[in-house]
Design a protein around this ligand. Structure first.
Ligand SMILES: [Zn+2]
Length: 588
């Protein structure tokens, strides 16, 4: 105990006793230094690989959690701070990402990713001059395509003369197509604008109506960037307030404390550098021989018998212009740049194509582009331009049709669901039974071919919201977006807008009815609900429905359950035997 205390005092007294030449940086071993325990050096590249792998499959929360854990063991890692800044920027937390990048710029002043990331933050704030300066800085140390795209976008936002997107490589192809659409629209070339927009929207790597989960160009000077990825839960990747770092560059003097040691060994990142046999024990170390970033310096003192009497460990961050870049680090940076490349908002691009077509007087094309823009993101379409059906007061919720005629309307909720929907459609087509499908917009967007087949077979397509939430719990704006987006998807695929909607789970309120009516949608409810029996089996379902059907009945079934498929042929046959005729909801 006493011996330990003595060593600690010695360390404190004799910290760094050099302060020699002004150009030479002294690496002082602080009073907090402790005896070295054998320790695995944490591998920031292994952490970075895991984070990137999560980011590349859009698992933002997982990436954030992994980064946070990595930063706990490697608090001075430039790479992990860059990943944190990237995750925060991609998920729309500009203040958080700025904090990460400010720290990186203190530790590694020439870091290209940090300059670029901060430039995007400034761009989103409309601070174009600052963004431009930062992009110039980033260009010297970053991925050329990403930086060039951002600079050309800046030029576009400034309204400067520019007729073409020049020299943008295929690594930023989506961004190039977006910029081409915007430039063609600006110069009044409707054909070129629509062609570029078509090409962009045909991207097979995305759902038909999805936005890229990236930082998005809106081509709107008022709000130049939007975010395609969901926000992280608050605090998930909150970075602690950390002092800025003074990085080590060029020659650093590693100095041992005054002690009874006979000789001293110096190690960096566990690698032996040199032994000093005479006092003062120090080493002039060229810090440009290691990669930029955090390093662990160990100074080990030995007595005359060769016994280790102390070991001090301290962390430094190096930043040298000519530092070696290991190939794995370069590959990791390349992957990060790809994620940070600006992408166009596909909704904004469709809206630009609408403007181009409308100005050229092509009303049919214009209407289609407006539906597509609304299907991708209703918020990207100014309210005044929202495409709405002609009917504005579609009537009260419908629970049943007239009892005068033996008509029945089969309705199928949810889906479309590949594997089940085809079978339902085959039975209905074979039996020549028209039915009404209340579809979830998200599934419509993922299965446009199936939706087109349902429409071609004469089925009535209706709106069951975009993501199947409880509509009664949403704000007017959210209800509107859920319904409008779904109607827009169906309209774009089939050319016909739905006139019916059914609230998910049957959760409905006066307010939901009113917001839907404003979009020309009437609530299509039901007389007979097969849901509970659908989970029990085909036989109970059949008995349940047949017992309750009366003239004018609306039967609620589901598009996605095997029992429903199994019960359907017998259900059709039995109802026909009783003299019923099948109609869609609009025909009831
Ligand atoms: Zn449902």
């Amino acid at each position: 105990m006493e011996a330990d205390q003595g060593i600690a005092d010695g360390l404190r007294r004799g910290l760094c006793n050099l302060l020699a030449l002004a150009s030479v940086l002294c690496v002082a071993l602080g009073p907090g230094a402790v005896r070295c325990a054998p320790e695995e050096l944490a591998d920031e590249r292994a952490v970075a690989e895991e984070v990137l792998e999560a980011l590349e499959r859009n698992a933002f929360e997982e990436a954030a959690q992994r980064t946070r854990r990595g930063l706990q063991t490697l608090p001075s890692s430039v790479l992990l701070h860059n990943l944190a800044g990237s995750i925060l920027l991609l998920t729309g937390d500009r203040a958080g990402s700025e904090k990460a990048w400010r720290w990186v710029r203190s530790a590694a002043p020439s870091d290209g990713i940090a300059a670029y990331g901060l430039a995007l933050v400034r761009l989103s704030q409309g601070r174009l001059d600052e963004a431009e300066e930062l992009l110039k800085e980033a260009s010297g140390h970053g991925e050329a395509g990403c930086c060039l795209l951002a600079r050309q976008y800046l030029t576009f936002l400034r309204g400067a003369a520019m007729s073409e997107a020049l020299g943008l490589p295929d690594t930023v192809r989506a961004g190039r197509l977006g910029l081409q659409t915007a430039l063609a629209e600006a110069r009044g070339d409707a054909a070129a604008a629509q062609e570029a927009a078509e090409t962009l929207l045909r991207d097979p790597t995305l759902d038909r109506y999805a936005e890229y989960p990236s930082v998005l160009m809106t081509f709107d000077r008022q709000q130049p960037l939007r975010w395609g990825a969901p926000r992280l839960p608050s605090g998930l990747l909150a970075l602690p307030n950390r002092p800025t770092v003074t990085p080590v560059a060029g020659t650093a003097v590693l100095s041992a404390p005054d002690s009874a040691a006979s000789y001293v060994a110096f190690r960096v990142d566990g690698r032996f550098l040199s032994v000093a046999n005479s006092r003062p024990f120090r080493l002039n170390w060229n810090s440009a021989t290691v990669a930029n970033g955090p390093h662990v310096v160990e100074v080990v003192g030995f007595d005359s018998t060769g016994q280790e009497i102390y070991c001090q460990r301290t962390e430094i961050v190096t930043a040298n212009a000519d530092a070696p870049v290991p190939p794995e680090t370069a590959r990791i940076a390349g992957r990060l740049w790809r994620l940070l490349a600006l992408k166009p908002s596909r909704a904004s691009v469709a809206f630009l194509a609408w403007r181009a077509a409308a100005r050229a007087g092509d009303q049919t094309a214009a209407a289609r582009w407006l539906w597509r823009a609304s299907a991708i993101d209703p918020a990207a379409v100014p309210r005044a331009f929202t495409p709405l059906p002609a009917v504005r007061n579609p009537g009260p919720p419908l629970w049943r049709g007239s009892a005068d005629e033996k008509l029945v309307a089969l309705t199928f909720d949810d889906g479309p669901r590949p594997g089940i929907t085809e079978e339902l459609l085959e039975i209905l087509t074979r039996e020549q039974v028209p039915a009404t499908f209340f579809m979830i917009g998200r599934s419509v967007a993922a299965n446009p071919g199936l939706v087109a087949r349902l429409a071609q077979a004469g089925m009535e397509l209706a709106n069951h919201s975009y993501s199947h939430p409880n509509l009664a719990h949403l704000s007017d704006e959210e209800i509107r977006a859920e319904l409008l987006r779904t109607s827009a998807c169906i309209q774009d695929i089939t050319g016909t807008a739905p006139v019916w909607f059914r609230p998910p789970g049957g959760n409905v309120s006066e307010r939901v009815i009113r917001v839907a009516a404003d979009l020309g949608l009437r609530a299509g409810m039901w007389t007979v609900n097969g849901e509970q029996k659908e989970t029990e089996g085909a036989e109970p379902l059949l008995t349940h429905v047949l017992r309750r059907v009366q003239p004018g009945a609306v039967v609620l079934l589901h598009n996605g359950r095997r029992t429903t498929v199994m019960a359907l042929p017998a259900l059709i046959q039995q109802l026909r035997l009783r003299g019923y005729r099948f109609v869609t909801l609009s025909e009831l």
